[in-house]
Design a protein. Structure first.
Length: 761
């Protein structure tokens, strides 16, 4: 494999950033090959003054920094800004952002990141989206996502929107594109997907310390302390639980009937099981526990400090960290885009001939073969389906998607009637609007069928362990021989090669290895990690979408397919730029809790109602003055005076009322909402979608806006194998005799559902 032509080579992007949101979007565009010009000015970020130079050098690496003079006379392919509605930045910057947008030709893609109101701070966006509600210890203050992470997430989505806009313009000539989104929109999108694994099962999505609420449905999903540090363990299947018990020597307590089913342990006996696991892990070092997890095949990772994470041999092997002119390391792009060394000619076809984009369905006609499972990969392909793509999901009843085996929904204490693999809300959320075919590609006939399908699609997406597809003759090189214009996305835990590439696991394994969980808690002695948000999955999906849309733009430019190799752990480290700058400067970041290094006051305060909290901050002297006046403070109050006054005022007030009053003053503020409150708010724009067994279910779709247009979910998740016959007949043109032969061989499964017509696309 050889490096690829950069997807955005020759394109010019203007970045007007006052937060890490637009700055990170601009960096992603630069990493994809665009020429990026940034309007000179300060960045309001959660960064200590002594680390600011290293951080800004990292996030602006490769950009051209310019003064306003002359920019108004230039036109750009894309303009990305987060300044237009940001009340804490210089008024002249806001005015310039509006002015330059008005002077661009209608061929320019404009991307506006809303950072006004509750979106004006990471802590308030996290509170408004229901995200903070699920991070922390029961009864204690909900924790925000640290290090301004919400801004990086919205910046990643903004970059993806810009890429889609460029594709839409090239394929359909659509002009006047004005794209927008907000941090709250993005975090609601994240939270709603994982909450579908909690709320429809009548288990809470709420703070439960260093573990997922009720273990997220299957025990364990928690952090445990070893003799020299913490580890994250997340068993999602029966075999994972069996492997963990084997590593423990199958102790006598584990033979009790109540510990046999990990789902029942999660629901009824997690506290009791925790006592046994805590005692066992305390006897081991992290390395010893990690070795046992590898030997007995259960998902686990050490909770590393960021410094230790940066020194993983896997990152060195892949060359993930790059060295700037100042000699300091910084994260590079978390993807590798490669093409075969030798062009393939066998069976060449013209890709994308049926792609017929429109503003309402920018990816209409794009055909995607989905070989992914669990959350991150299906989230990518569900997003493509939201945007109009025809997504064909490959499944196998013998080893069903983990989201299918979470069990039927529970309502009023009773199981929703229906087949156990079908009445599953989590699967329906992350696989809505797709077709399902039941193929066992571990058989020779099934693998051949996948190769036939890959020859007739534009994109393949997979998130299996590296090597799984290759052993079946389904690696990119195999598929590209027949379809040289194929774009294939592989999104693994740590990348396709390297000494740790074979490691499997879920989101907490990623955030533990990335050094992120070591910074989420109330202090270094009271960590909670990111088990409920499972942030590695949606973050990996968003970075995958950026790299995939970039690869499609590259295909448009060169006519050449490619393989995108994404490391989801690298995608998390890429967000920790402030921490990396601190480490390279010789320091360690303290666990921030609900603190911020640039804004004050900044935090979450308990209100009068039961478990009711209010998040707020003041970013400027003007905002602090307005807040001081509201609180009755005189003179020049400091952080301690503000904290005491907020403690007193909030304790006597309802959070919703305070939110209204402070928002009227222009203070970034939001009541900490439960996700039940979020999804009942019509502003959340969550689509009700009918399902055969679940009835009407609220489904989250990509949180993007094109003008006033959104992209709601169009249909529910498919039944397993529902479209097998349809796809084999219409995509491959197979005869009934050929299909029957595949069925007899065990390569496919034909069910009574396979004769149903496809859901409308």
């Amino acid at each position: 494999m050889s490096p690829a032509h950069e997807p955005l080579d020759g394109l010019h992007v203007l970045e007007i950033s006052v937060t890490p949101a637009a700055a990170y979007a601009g960096l992603l565009a630069r990493q994809l090959g665009a020429r990026v010009t940034r309007l000179d000015g300060p960045l309001l970020a959660d960064c200590a003054p002594e680390n600011l130079d290293g951080f800004t050098a990292s996030i602006h690496r490769g950009k051209i920094i310019r003064e306003p003079a002359g920019l108004l006379q230039e036109s750009f392919d894309v303009v990305i800004t987060d300044a237009a509605q940001h009340s804490a930045c210089d008024r002249r910057v806001r005015e310039f952002a509006a002015l330059i947008a008005s002077r661009q030709p209608d061929t320019t893609i404009l991307v506006d990141i809303d950072t006004g109101g509750a979106d004006g701070a990471a802590i308030t966006a996290s509170a408004a989206a229901g995200m903070s509600w699920a991070i922390g210890n029961p009864g204690m203050a909900p924790l925000t996502l640290p290090l301004d992470l919400p801004y990086y997430h919205v910046g990643t989505e903004a970059a993806a929107m810009a890429l889609l806009g460029l594709l839409l313009a090239r394929r359909s000539g659509t002009r006047g594109q004005r794209w927008s989104l907000s941090p709250t929109d993005v975090l609601t999108y994240y939270a709603g997907q994982i909450a579908s694994n909690f709320l429809p099962y009548e288990r809470p999505w709420a703070r439960d310390g260093a573990r997922a609420s009720m273990s997220g449905g299957s025990y364990p999903a928690a952090m445990f302390e070893c003799s020299d540090g913490w580890v994250s363990v997340m068993c999602r299947t029966d075999s994972d639980w069996v492997g963990l018990l084997e590593a423990m020597g199958n102790p006598s307590w584990s033979r009790d009937e109540k510990f046999q089913d990990p789902r029942e342990v999660a629901r009824l006996h997690a506290d009791e099981a925790d006592v046994h696991l805590k005692a066992w892990f305390a006897t081991l070092t992290r390395d010893e526990a990690f070795a046992l997890s590898d030997r007995h095949r259960f998902p686990m990772a050490p909770v590393l400090s960021l410094r230790d994470s940066m020194n993983l041999p896997q990152f060195e092997h892949r060359g993930f960290f790059v060295t700037g002119a100042d000699g300091r390391r910084e994260p590079g792009p978390p993807w590798r885009i490669r093409v075969p060394r030798e062009a393939a000619a066998e069976g060449a076809r013209v890709a994308l001939e049926s792609w017929s984009p429109s503003p309402a369905a920018p990816l209409a006609g794009l055909r995607v073969l989905d070989l992914s499972w669990a959350w991150s990969g299906p989230m990518v392909t569900a997003g493509l389906a939201d945007l109009g793509a025809d997504v064909i999901k490959v499944e196998n009843r013998g080893r069903p998607d983990p989201t299918r085996v979470r069990g039927p929904a529970i309502r009023n204490g009773a199981t929703v009637p229906g087949p156990p693999l079908e009445a599953t809300p989590y699967y329906n959320q992350v696989n809505h609007a797709k077709k399902s075919i039941a193929v066992d590609f571990t058989t020779a006939e099934g693998a051949a069928l996948i190769r036939d399908l890959a020859a007739r699609v534009d994109v393949v997406v997979e998130n299996l362990r590296p090597g799984v597809l290759g052993r079946r003759g389904l690696a990119y090189e195999d598929l590209a021989r027949r379809n040289p214009r194929l774009v294939m996305l592989s999104m693994s835990l740590l990348g396709q090669d390297g000494p740790m590439s074979g490691l499997g696991g879920y989101a907490p394994v990623m955030s533990g290895l990335a050094g992120l969980d070591s910074m989420v808690g109330y202090s270094a002695d009271d960590l909670v990690g990111l088990f409920n948000p499972a942030l590695g999955d949606p973050n990996g999906a968003d970075h995958a979408l950026v790299s995939l849309l970039g690869a499609l733009l590259r295909l448009e430019e060169t006519g050449e397919g490619c393989h995108v190799d994404l490391s989801q752990t690298e995608a998390l480290v890429a967000l920790e730029r402030v921490g990396v700058a601190a480490v390279e400067g010789g320091a360690e970041l303290a666990v921030p809790g609900n603190g911020h290094r640039a804004f004050w006051p900044y935090g979450t305060w308990r209100c009068a109602g039961e478990d009711e909290w209010l998040a707020l901050t003041a970013r400027t002297d003007t905002e602090r003055g307005d807040l001081a006046g509201f609180l009755g403070l005189s003179g020049e109050p400091g952080p301690a005076e503000f904290a005491a006054a907020l403690d007193e005022t909030c304790a006597l007030s309802e959070g919703a009322q305070l939110e209204v009053k402070l928002a009227a003053l222009g203070i970034p503020v939001a009541a900490v909402r439960t996700f039940e409150q979020v999804q009942s708010d019509p502003r959340a724009r969550i689509t009700p979608v009918p399902h055969r067994y679940l009835g009407e279910q609220l489904v989250l779709s990509v949180p993007w806006r094109l003008g006033e247009m959104r992209f709601p979910a169009r249909s529910p998740g498919p039944l397993l194998g529902e479209h097998t016959l349809l796809v084999l007949r219409t995509v491959l043109g197979m005869t009934d005799d050929a299909i029957a032969a595949l069925s007899r061989s065990g390569a496919i499964e034909i069910t009574h559902e396979s004769s149903r017509p496809a859901d409308p696309q």
